[in-house]
Write a new protein. Structure first.
Lengths: 459, 194
């Protein structure tokens, strides 16, 4: 382990008390601690805390109704950005004063623009001293660099609190508490313990379940049991390993990245760990957007400073309830304010009891498969098959000749491949070839594109 | 600008006297442009008016249409009507102005400035006269050219645009520098995955 100096930790966590700094040191030196490879802090300074409190209070405000033009308070921010952000000045300069009327005409932006010239998203008058960087891989695996701000990152905390509250959970936060472990299962990723000023110095750690990160077998389980984090954040692949752990206590929640959580896995985790599993929809570029509704019927938008729309492939808004690309305006990253930012994720915006929900959220533009007689087959029909089995990742690829090859990764050792194949064969009909195979490494190297098709509708 | 035309002051006063409907663009652009064209007996088919106005609206929205309203008001002045009606070539110039305007001027500012700001009004009047091959009454060719060059809002806007681009580029490099610096440092601890 590289030597960690307390001054280094203190510099990255300027608000932490000596008690909290000692706690972090103890987490590093714990007998079951992993081989931590990084030092990180929240980088918050005293002036940030009132801003965070104001944001927390703002979360009581209603989330904007989806679709159409954003509410006045967001339009006012967009007007400012058109005056100060080079990209928006260029794209929307002639629309100042008539944004409300012309909203659906405004050009959209996306990952490509951000990847090519990120600095053109930054307002002219934004101070640069506190700029930090994150890399995001996205579904395509092509990583882009996103400038960010410590306060915008700390805003995740009130949003997590809000999501937990919606599901009936509250964190107890003090310097003795362990608030959250973010867990991954990757070949290599940064790992560190720290404490969070905006969570009353409660401890947080980023950990990797890969055995090479730990000194002894069973250390991860022991580290979890002894620190008892009140919640874990992670992805379905990582959480599938929790089924083999004996935590010895019931965490308040597992917050899992959206889109890919299989309901069988979710049910098993909820039952075996006596916990809540909360699907979480968040992008590095946008920050957290929504969490699963307590009734499980779609995602509830979380933030009143974000306006959501769904747009079609032509860039025009789709009618409420129809499938479209989730498009975001607003947010709180001062280096990348968003005006009609296309997320690359698709879903339907609907209303439930007067509130917005995102249903049928998909991590990418939907594809259609073809049956043997070349009728369209929706991925939702395949998803229904996969949901019935203990599958943590799956990938279906249809070739031009309609052959289909399916790879699945199980979180249970005995996966009835024949039964999956039979169910899929019923959907596809007599296509030239249909293979279903196990791939225990699926998703280890890169994000999986669950549905891919090269088939055309008509011959 | 080889010939002398109407008095500059008379046309400027006409712009200053523009009724509220023209100043605030509360008038049907299509009807006004069609009327002025008919008066000049240079009226093309109505579909062409609609089509040209649609092109202007698509490119420069309400401001472009407001610009045409002010231009139609200016061309309705007796002295300019007399100029436009003197021969077919002049009628064609008037029709072109009414249907196409001065796109490069539209891009440089709000049309209401043409009836509020003396310099912009003067530039518009001089440009319109120049289109007819005229200079203001009582001015020498040299003086008219020098005055128009001094008022040239397009050249001024191009200079401003150039310096804005230079500033933007410098700022972009600064942000990229900050991003590069930040890539070498630790980011802030983030509690959830994306």
């Amino acid at each position: 382990m590289s030597m960690v100096h307390s001054w280094e930790q203190a510099a990255l966590s300027p608000l932490l008390s000596p008690v909290a700094l000692r706690r972090i040191a103890a987490m590093r030196q714990h007998a079951a601690a992993p081989v931590f490879n990084y030092v990180a802090g929240d980088r918050l300074i005293a002036e940030d805390l009132p801003q965070l409190d104001a944001f927390r209070r703002q979360l009581g405000a209603p989330v904007p109704a989806p679709g159409g033009a954003p509410p006045q308070r967001i339009l006012e921010r967009v007007e400012r950005w058109i005056a100060t952000v080079p990209l928006y000045r260029q794209l929307h300069g002639t629309r100042r004063g008539v944004l409300d009327r012309d909203w659906s005409e405004l050009a959209t932006v996306g990952r490509d623009e951000l990847a090519a010239r990120p600095a053109r998203f930054t307002p002219d008058d934004q101070a640069l001293e506190r700029l930090i960087m994150y890399l995001t891989s996205g579904t395509t695996g092509h990583a882009i660099a996103v400038p960010h701000h410590p306060v915008a990152v700390a805003c995740y905390l009130p949003l997590v609190e809000r999501a937990l509250a919606a599901h009936g959970a509250t964190l107890e936060l003090d310097p003795e508490a362990t608030a959250c472990f973010l867990v991954g299962a990757q070949k290599r990723t940064v790992t560190y313990p720290t404490a969070l000023a905006a969570w009353r110095e409660a401890a947080f750690a980023k950990l990797n379940l890969d055995p090479r990160d730990w000194r002894e077998e069973g250390d991860a389980e022991r580290y979890f049991r002894e620190h008892r984090p009140q919640m874990f954040s992670g992805d379905p692949l990582t959480f599938s390993r929790f089924l083999r752990l004996d935590l010895g206590y019931a965490p308040k929640a597992l917050v899992t990245t959206a889109v890919a959580m299989n309901p069988v896995l979710k049910g098993e985790l909820t039952r075996r760990l006596s916990t809540r599993v909360i699907d979480w929809y968040s992008l590095t570029e946008t920050g957290p957007l929504a969490c699963i509704a307590p009734d499980g019927d779609g995602y509830e938008p979380l933030a009143p400073d974000v306006h959501l729309e769904t747009i079609g492939a032509d860039g025009r808004p789709v009618p409420e309830g129809e499938l479209g690309e989730i498009t975001v305006t607003g947010g709180r990253n001062p280096f990348v304010p968003l005006v009609r930012y296309r997320t690359g994720d698709w879903g339907r915006l609907v209303r439930r009891g007067g509130h917005a929900r995102i249903v049928d959220l998909e991590g990418r533009r939907p594809v259609l498969f073809r049956t043997a007689d070349r009728c369209a087959l929706h991925p939702n029909d395949l998803a229904a098959v996969f949901r019935a089995f203990p599958i943590v990742q799956h990938e279906t690829v249809q070739a031009e000749d309609l052959s289909v090859s399916v790879r699945v990764r199980a979180f249970d050792s005995d996966l009835p491949l024949d039964a999956i194949r039979e169910n899929l064969a019923r959907l596809f009909g007599p296509i030239p070839r249909l293979s279903v195979s196990l791939d225990a490494q699926l998703g280890d190297e890169a994000k999986v594109l669950p549905y891919q098709s090269a088939a055309r509708l008509e011959e | 600008v080889k010939d002398q035309g109407p008095s500059l002051e008379g046309l400027l006063q006409h712009l200053r006297d523009a009724p509220a409907a023209v100043r605030q663009a509360k008038v049907d652009t299509y009807a006004l442009v069609s009327d002025v064209l008919s008066d000049l007996a240079a009226a093309p088919v109505h579909a062409k008016v609609a089509q040209c106005l649609a092109t202007i609206a698509a490119k420069s929205h309400d401001n472009g249409l407001h610009f045409q309203v002010v231009l139609a008001w200016l061309l309705s002045h007796d002295s300019l009507r007399a100029v436009a009606e003197r021969d077919d070539a002049s009628r064609r110039v008037a029709a072109r102005l009414l249907l196409e305007g001065f796109p490069e001027l539209v891009a440089n500012g709000k049309a209401e400035g043409l009836v509020k700001d003396d310099e912009r009004a003067e530039e518009l009047v001089r440009l319109v006269l120049r289109e007819f091959g005229l200079r203001p009454q009582g001015e020498s060719v040299g003086a008219a050219e020098a005055r128009l060059a001094a008022l040239d809002s397009v050249a001024r806007a191009q200079l401003l645009e150039q310096s804005r681009k230079t500033l933007e580029r410098a700022r972009e490099l600064k942000v990229l520098e900050a991003m590069k610096r930040a890539e070498q440092e630790a980011a802030a601890a983030k509690v959830s995955r994306e």
